[in-house]
Design a binder for this molecule. Structure first.
Ligand code: COA
Length: 330
């Protein structure tokens, strides 16, 4: 790669979390669990929950507006909108089309990326290809989720984990050394049943029996997912570093998918990286799936955890299975 290469540079970030907060104490009233169990096993203290009439695009729009403002761009100038979501407004039109309409981004091509919790890193990868090829000069990449809409609130093994929210990033084409250096994405569909929301698709139509069995809800084999997540996140992070000839000491900040504090701690340990390099906001937001990385990125940048010229490593894992990493110079 030469310094004159066209790269996708992060020009602005934004996030939006719904107002309502569901605490572990609230969950203690709903299922047989305890604050101590949730904190010890996941690191989650509270999560934001969208009102019943709020959709993924409703959360995406304020996050996108904030990112556009930060980038000094108007919605009308955006050429590509990608929304990573596994809780879309509806099957179709895509959530990205709803976001386009609500923003008034009339020039943009808009489509969704379905890769569960890896949706943002997949989206970043896709946008990067369009920008590097010269097809588009900018892109709005969003992660937006309303997992509360697919959670079984009587299932203690999943309902304590997830939260709602959205994060957005504006990418701009720019020549130079800053921007996305590389992304690395992977899939393994043989383990689909470890983490899935089978409801209502063409394989599982909405019959009365299906509804009675609550098959429209998220299902997860937590402990198996846990082990694979650590292995794949470590491998994806190592690949990004090796590909770019980067040492651990070169990295200013790691933004991992916020699935579980113990997963993040173990990924840090296995990579031989100082845990303090890993940004964590899971305590207050829980697992927001595709929204998790852009929410954390926006928080971290606003806290001044990284600045111009710094290297950021993102690493994600999700249902599919899907996983991946991105190395970015701010
Ligand atoms: N409160 C209290 N007890 C709970 C509980 C809860 N909310 N959820 C599960 N338990 C119980 C289980 O029923 C089980 O009880 P048993 O031993 O009597 O059968 C016990 O705790 C241990 O369950 P297990 O699933 O083995 O716990 P764990 O240490 O693996 O932690 C997760 C569970 C879900 C926190 C953990 O597996 C995890 O984080 N997995 C990855 C999830 C994830 O990240 N998914 C998204 C990927 S993007």
């Amino acid at each position: 790669m030469t310094s004159s290469q066209m790269r996708a540079v992060i020009a602005g970030t934004g996030r939006f979390l719904p107002e309502k907060i569901l605490t572990n104490a609230d969950l203690e009233q709903m299922v047989e669990t305890s604050n101590q169990w949730i904190m010890e096993r996941t690191g989650i203290k509270e999560r934001h929950i969208a009102a019943e009439n709020v959709s993924a695009s409703d959360l995406a729009v304020p996050a996108a507006k904030e990112a556009l403002k930060k980038a000094g761009m108007k919605a009308e100038d955006i050429e590509l909108i990608l929304v990573g979501t596994s809780t879309p407004d509806m099957y179709f039109p895509s959530t990205a089309c709803f976001v386009q309409a609500k923003l008034g981004a009339s020039k943009a091509v808009a489509f969704d990326i379905l890769a569960a919790c890896s949706g943002f890193v997949y989206g970043l990868t896709t946008a990067n290809q369009y920008i590097a090829s010269g097809m588009y000069k900018n892109a709005l990449v969003i992660g937006a989720e309303v997992y509360s809409s697919i959670i079984d609130w009587e299932d203690r093994t999943t309902c304590v984990l997830f939260g709602d929210g959205a994060g957005a990033v504006v990418l701009k084409a720019k020549e130079g050394t800053a921007g996305i250096l590389s992304t690395h994405i992977y899939s393994d569909g043989t383990k689909a049943d470890y983490l899935q929301a089978p409801g209502g698709g063409s394989a599982n139509r909405f019959t009365q029996q299906f509804l009675d069995e609550k098959k429209y809800r998220l299902e997860m084999i937590g402990n198996r997912t846990f082990k694979v997540a650590i292995k794949m996140m470590v491998e994806a992070a190592q690949t990004a570093m090796k590909h770019n000839g980067v040492e651990a000491s070169d990295i200013k900040l790691v933004i991992p998918h916020q699935a579980n504090k113990r997963i993040i701690d173990m990924v840090a340990k296995q990579l031989g990286l100082d845990g303090s390099l890993f940004y964590m906001n899971i305590e207050h937001v829980g697992n927001t799936a595709a929204a998790s990385i852009p929410i954390a990125l926006d928080e971290a940048l606003k806290e001044g955890r990284a600045g111009k010229g710094d290297l950021i490593l993102m690493v994600a894992f999700g249902g599919g299975f899907t996983w991946g990493s991105a190395l970015i110079r701010l």
